[in-house]
Design a protein around this ligand. Structure first.
Ligand SMILES: Cc1cc2nc3c(=O)[nH]c(=O)nc-3n(C[C@H](O)[C@H](O)[C@H](O)COP(=O)(O)O)c2cc1C
Length: 414
């Protein structure tokens, strides 16, 4: 069986708001380091390959908004949410092989700074860190970090493209492997001739370097990506080693995978079969089908409609509170996540960067109490259609996967 990643969040109600009300729920313990250590040990003993931690830098304030955090705050929909990288070294110290994929956006942090943070954690985990590269989707994050709404969707990907090039240069071509000599007799810690500047000058970043951190076991962490807009696919096809694909129908997922593989091969000369695809799956397990269905029903009864709609609002940029229950949404402009366009096509929801507003125009939806009518994003269906590929067993010896077309040669010599 190929189990790729488990996805906890550094908050309580990530994909399934309201489930924290389950009497046996433990997700509220995310502030407790023991929770993370126990989780990592449990997942490693169950032979999971990795733990993927999502992140956002703002709250979900679109639903019943604008700028209304209340539905997310009340329901605990990815709120509160902690910084994800901080828990990784503790989990690494308590485990041997499991990998850690951590989400960091390229929109609000300088590459020089992030490259050092990831190198540090790659050292501390003995080469078990992965970076889930995201471009963000919440204006609430942008308002807090850059004092205005977020840049346009495709511009965020343009920044990401330059960002990762800076990071590659810092990781791959700034230090030789043999730069640190620790020569006590000559009193030389690092040979200065083996460390060099990168002198990156670009549209968005000027980074002379050198990298502040000596080469870590992987140098470049495993590159993960999600996002299947046109810009997202192009980015993934060039850089990603493992790609999350969301979609509510096998045909949508299959199409996205085929397109990314094709781009990877034709545009970037990569072996498309080396790219791993991770389909989302939320298993509800029971000893029998009936027991699993009962459990699923119970979980749905705990779900928070307001929390789910708050998440939907943040992901899509669309405030469903202003639309009627039976209204079809078409061509609603959005500067948030575009993959929802393809993944929800089957439900007649269409998002574009620009376009005419909804045919019927916005109108206030009938009020409904927060209850189990609409479940959260969980599904009990299997994802047999997911691409499944084998992974190395020991991540302390080898990177999780080796499918990335590295644009920089390694810097063991120059
Ligand atoms: C499975 C999955 C997990 C994601 N996790 C995060 C996350 O933790 N943080 C984030 O900012 N974006 C996350 N995203 C959003 C994407 O990384 C991407 O930024 C977004 O989909 C916009 O790109 P797109 O319009 O190309 O789809 C996730 C997307 C998917 C499908």
């Amino acid at each position: 069986m190929k189990i790729a990643l488990a996805e906890p969040s550094t908050g309580s109600g990530h994909q399934s708001p309201g489930l924290w009300t389950h009497p046996e729920d433990e997700s509220y313990r995310f502030n407790d380091i023991d929770h993370w250590i126990e989780l990592a040990q449990l997942l490693e003993s169950a032979k999971f390959h990795g733990i993927f931690i999502a992140d956002v830098l703002g709250g979900y304030d679109v639903y019943k908004g604008p700028r209304n955090l209340e539905p997310a705050i009340v329901s605990g929909a990815q709120w509160p949410v902690n910084e994800p990288l901080a828990v990784v070294p503790a989990m690494a110290a308590a485990t041997k092989n499991i990998g850690f994929g951590v989400t960091v956006t390229t929109t609000y942090e300088q590459p020089y700074h992030l490259a050092r943070r990831l190198s540090t954690v790659d050292h501390l985990t003995k080469g078990r860190i992965g970076w889930n590269i995201v471009t963000g989707y919440l204006d609430s994050a942008a308002r807090n970090l850059i004092g205005k709404d977020q840049p346009q969707h495709d511009d965020r990907y343009a920044v990401a493209e330059e960002y990762i090039k800076v990071a590659y240069k810092l990781w791959e071509s700034s230090w030789r492997d043999d730069a640190v000599v620790l020569d006590r007799q000559r009193r030389v810690y690092t040979e200065p001739s083996r460390v060099r500047e990168i002198n990156h000058e670009g549209k968005y970043f000027n980074v002379p370097g050198p990298h502040l951190t000596q080469p870590s076991p992987q140098r470049t962490p495993v590159i993960l990506q999600a996002g299947t807009s046109k810009a997202g696919k192009t980015f993934a096809a060039q850089h990603a080693e493992a790609i999350f694909v969301a979609g509510h129908s096998p045909s949508v997922v299959a199409k996205n995978i085929a397109e990314i593989r094709e781009l990877a091969k034709t545009e970037y000369g990569r072996d498309p079969q080396k790219i791993k695809f991770l389909a989302l799956l939320c298993p509800i397990i029971g000893k029998t089908e009936e027991e699993a269905q009962e459990k699923f029903k119970y979980y749905r009864s705990l779900g928070s409609i307001d929390g789910a709609l708050a998440l939907f609002g943040g992901w899509t940029g669309i405030n469903l509170d202003v639309y009627g229950e039976d209204e079809e949404l078409r061509n609603v402009p959005s500067n948030a996540i575009r993959y929802v366009h393809s993944s929800l096509k089957c439900q007649a929801i269409s998002l574009t960067g620009a376009g005419p507003p909804s045919r019927a125009g916005p109108r206030r939806r009938p009020k409904s109490p927060d209850g189990p009518r609409r479940p959260s994003a969980s599904t009990s269906q299997s994802a047999d259609w997911a691409q499944r590929r084998s992974e190395p067993q020991s991540r302390s010896q080898t990177r999780w996967s080796a499918g990335c077309a590295r644009p920089m040669s390694t810097a063991s010599t120059w």
